[in-house]
Design a protein around this ligand. Structure first.
Ligand code: FAD
Length: 382
């Protein structure tokens, strides 16, 4: 068993970090103020081959999962809100096309999406259906040449800046829960689409958008995957994306941890440095151990995916543990900074807020526990 990062990833990660410190870090203040990740940032990432796919001769291939996780972890340290915008493009929108798109859809959309020239998001959650993915009510009615979609998707990351959205809708209302939903690729400039950017306090500067669909025509060619398999497809996208969100959340925890330690070493309280209090040193040891445990499960999940093995259980454990750690460490770091931490512009402020956001994406903690339980019972033969 090899726990090292392959040399070629180390070298590329070094270039990635250098790029982030040049193209992201100095701009973050402006992006946080505008609450927007500029489209140019995606284009700059895409030009380097850093948006999920990379050239392999004449074709595009998915990044190695460990490499993708290392990239995302770093974004989580610097700006989880920017990280989730990249995640929505790569691990939700593009992933849906990679996994279920027709050859034509792949050819039409993946090269430009990988270059950051075309942005693709995913809208499943509705006002009455989030965890209960099958409970959606957006409808898709079959008409000549395609489908008419009606409904609203309440919380869509990148919904405001994207060109296309993968949208789930009920296409077969009489069928059972498992076969009534299909997935569609919807052009967000279509007639009948309206978008409302929501005011939120987490994962800044990414946008969170409500997409309303009123009699939106979607051509037959934009059905993604199989009619009636939309539920299974969206769940599989989430399973894959749990690796990325676990990496993002590990980065969130790590960013908070580093900020906390740095401050504790500098801050004088009662005549000595904060870090010298034994209570604090025990907290640091505890949290470092937790970060290492999350990293090990995450890397194992990446390894399983790379081997073509089932990574459902590990992905949920990685997501679950990363959120538990990021919540605890984010709060700990904010506490260390005292009152300064509540100020919006303070660098530590984002970590507990963004750990909270992480708890919701790709399934809440309760949903991860349900999946873990189910997989454990399968293993136990129950
Ligand atoms: C910042 C942000 C970005 C998002 N981006 C996207 C996006 O890009 N695309 C998209 O489609 N969605 C997105 N979402 C929505 C997210 O996926 C949902 O919020 C999440 O799935 C939970 O759904 P819900 O909010 O409807 O909560 P609910 O499903 O109503 O859950 C409420 C509570 O009930 C608990 N619960 C639910 N079911 C069970 C159960 N069976 N057993 C025990 N407890 C249970 C949950 O854990 C939770 O605590 C985003 C959300 C946020 C906050």
């Amino acid at each position: 068993m090899d726990f090292g990062i392959p040399a070629e990833f180390e070298e590329e990660l070094g270039r990635y970090k250098e790029f982030i410190s040049r193209q992201l870090t100095p701009n973050l203040g402006a992006w946080y103020a505008r609450k927007e990740v500029p489209r140019d940032f995606f284009i700059e990432l895409g030009a380097q081959g850093w948006l999920g796919l990379e050239a392999d001769g004449q074709r595009l291939r998915e990044h190695n999962p460990l490499k993708e996780a290392l990239f995302m972890e770093h974004l989580g340290i610097i700006s989880p809100g920017t990280g989730v915008a990249v995640l929505a493009q790569v691990s939700l929108g593009m992933m849906g096309i990679i996994l279920f798109g027709s050859d034509n859809q792949k050819e039409l959309h993946l090269p430009s999406a990988a270059l950051g020239q075309k942005l693709v998001c995913l809208g499943n959650t509705e006002a009455r259906a989030g965890s209960d993915v099958a409970g959606i009510s957006t409808s898709a009615t079959s008409v000549e040449g395609g489908w008419i979609l009606n409904g609203a998707k309440s919380f869509v990351t990148n919904g405001y800046i994207s060109d296309l959205a993968l949208i789930t809708a009920v296409s077969d209302p009489e069928a059972d829960r498992n076969s009534r939903i299909s997935m569609f690729l919807v052009d967000l400039e279509s007639k009948g689409i309206s978008r409302t950017k929501l005011h939120k306090e987490v994962w800044i500067p990414s946008d969170l958008t409500r997409i309303r669909l009123e009699d939106v025509f979607v051509p037959e060619a934009n059905l993604v995957g199989k009619q009636g398999r939309g539920l299974q497809q969206v769940l599989e996208i989430f399973t894959n994306s749990r690796i990325t969100i676990a990496a993002l959340t590990l980065g969130t925890a790590e960013g908070a941890f580093k900020a906390g330690i740095e401050h504790a070493r500098k801050r004088d309280v009662f005549g000595q440095k904060l870090v010298n209090f034994q209570a604090k040193s025990f907290e640091i040891a505890d949290f470092y151990s937790k970060l290492e445990a999350v990293r090990m499960v995450l890397w194992k999940t990446c390894w399983e995916k790379q081997q073509g093995a089932d990574f459902r259980l590990s992905a949920s454990i990685a997501k679950y543990l990363s959120v538990e750690s990021a919540r605890a460490i984010g709060q700990w770091a904010a506490d260390l900074f005292g009152a300064a931490s509540v100020v919006y512009e303070h660098p530590v402020h984002k970590y507990p807020m963004d750990a909270w956001a992480s708890s919701l994406g790709e399934g809440t903690q309760d949903i991860q526990k349900l999946i873990i339980f189910r997989e454990v019972m399968k293993q136990a033969g129950g």
